[in-house]
Write a protein that binds this ligand. Structure first.
Ligand code: FAD
Length: 401
């Protein structure tokens, strides 16, 4: 089967790797001149790690990752620990996978390193995709075209493939924007714990964690805004703006923010869950079909799960796309839609405005974490429990084992 993948991000490259393992003929089309990711971290929750295991890349992944000790909720002003979810042996055994922090470039590289050198065509911006009698054809800005049995749109939240198939639809301004920065640790940073720390305050929250094996601290600092005025959704910001927006927050954060060198401000957009992702010879994957707020740390996770499931579905009925795409959607659409909506809801829960509401939320998280210390306490068990490997046999893991 000949497959064209539009977009060489985390989702597109994970899919390319999965499909090559199944023996499919793959070409990636990426609009940029080279593979690349933003200079920031990403949290890989156990469900994502299970997908990476299924793709046979677990050992390489762990070599680049950082094991946090715990997920910790702290008060924005006092740093009081409001809840703690231990991510040690019990947690890992319960979910059959650890919780890992990794730099985005390292995650992308995990998949890219598996690809033959000529599998991706760069500077290829897709402008249209159309069904033909026997397949689909993608058209690019330079006027060239590519025909295949299947075209997969893995081209992110402003997906051209999605637009061609289902119309642009509304990209929804979520009312949130965030600062993203990395602070090198230069050996030791004694004021940031080796945890996934959620600092929750009124109408804002900050997440800090280590990446690059502990060489840098990743910061995601989320605030609220009535609208996003910048044309691009990522603009260069200053340390001073970031410090001003988080004035009055705990001195640990003030110290950390004061060490920031380069900082970007991101507008956060999402979409409503779709009812359908596929036509006869075209489908979607990752942010192209289910863009979501990052508050459950699931966007890249969902894209990697999609990749494993889609490649497996295609291999179950070789040459017969209809049942394969139907299986893929049936497996993935309900789950990703639920995660999209729950991530939206976290925008409210994490930003409760009054001390009373915050205290009630934190007490509930702490109660749940104590009641069953193996699970998350923050009501994400249903996200982490999912095992994309159970969708179908995938030989890579068996070979690895
Ligand atoms: C602040 C923040 C924090 C996050 N934290 C986490 C986290 O902790 N855990 C997690 O799992 N997720 C997280 N995410 C979400 C995650 O980054 C995304 O969901 C993920 O990168 C989506 O991957 P993708 O491959 O679907 O899309 P993208 O990464 O957007 O890749 C799309 C690719 O397609 C290319 N492209 C676009 N249009 C075209 C075109 N027309 N033609 C050709 N190529 C095209 C682009 O250049 C790009 O390379 C976070 C997101 C944000 C904003």
């Amino acid at each position: 089967m000949k497959i064209g993948i539009i977009g060489g991000g985390i989702g597109g490259t994970a899919l390319a790797h999965a499909c090559l393992q199944k023996g499919f003929d793959i070409t990636i089309f990426e609009q940029a001149p080279a593979f690349g990711e933003v200079g920031a971290g990403v949290q890989m929750t156990p469900n994502a790690v299970k997908a990476i295991k299924g793709l046979g890349l677990y050992d390489d992944f762990l070599a680049k990752g950082f094991y946090p000790d715990a997920i910790v909720g702290r008060n924005w002003q006092t740093a009081q620990e409001n809840f703690r979810i231990d991510l040690g042996d019990e947690f890992r055994a319960h979910y059959d996978a650890p919780y890992i922090h990794i730099h985005r470039a390292d995650l992308l590289d995990l998949f890219v390193a598996q690809l033959p050198p000529d599998v991706c065509r760069f500077n290829k911006k897709c402008t249209d995709v159309a069904e033909t009698a026997t397949g689909a054809v993608a058209t690019f800005e330079d006027g060239s075209t590519f025909g295949a049995d299947l075209i997969v749109g893995a081209d992110g939240v402003r997906s051209a493939v999605r637009g061609a198939l289902f119309g642009e639809g509304d990209l929804r301004w979520t009312g949130h924007m965030c600062y993203r920065a990395l602070v090198p640790t230069d050996g030791v940073v004694d004021y940031v714990n080796p945890d996934s720390t959620f600092w929750m305050g009124p109408n804002a929250h900050v997440v800090t964690y280590y990446v690059k094996g502990g060489e840098a601290v990743n910061i995601v600092a989320v605030t609220e805004a009535a609208e996003w005025v910048a044309e691009s959704w990522s603009t260069k910001a200053s340390k001073e703006e970031m410090l001003a927006d988080f004035a009055g927050w705990h001195p640990t954060l003030e110290t950390l923010f004061s060490k920031v060198d380069e900082v970007y401000n991101w507008g956060l957009f999402d979409r409503d869950p779709m009812e359908k992702w596929s036509t006869d010879h075209v489908t979607l994957l990752g942010d192209a079909c289910h863009p979501m707020l990052p508050f459950l740390s699931q966007g890249a996770a969902m894209a990697i799960e999609d990749a494993l499931v889609l490649a497996t579905a295609l291999s179950l009925t070789p040459g017969d796309l209809k049942p394969a795409l139907a299986r893929y959607e049936a497996e993935r659409l309900p789950r990703t839609g639920k995660v999209q909506l729950e991530a939206r809801e976290r925008g409210r829960t994490y930003h409760l405005p009054t001390p009373e509401e915050m205290a009630a939320r934190d007490a509930e998280y702490a109660r749940r974490a104590k009641e069953d210390p193996r699970t998350t306490g923050i009501n994400t068990d249903w996200v982490y429990d999912y095992d994309p490997r159970s969708f179908g046999p995938f030989p890579a893991e068996a070979e690895q084992a």
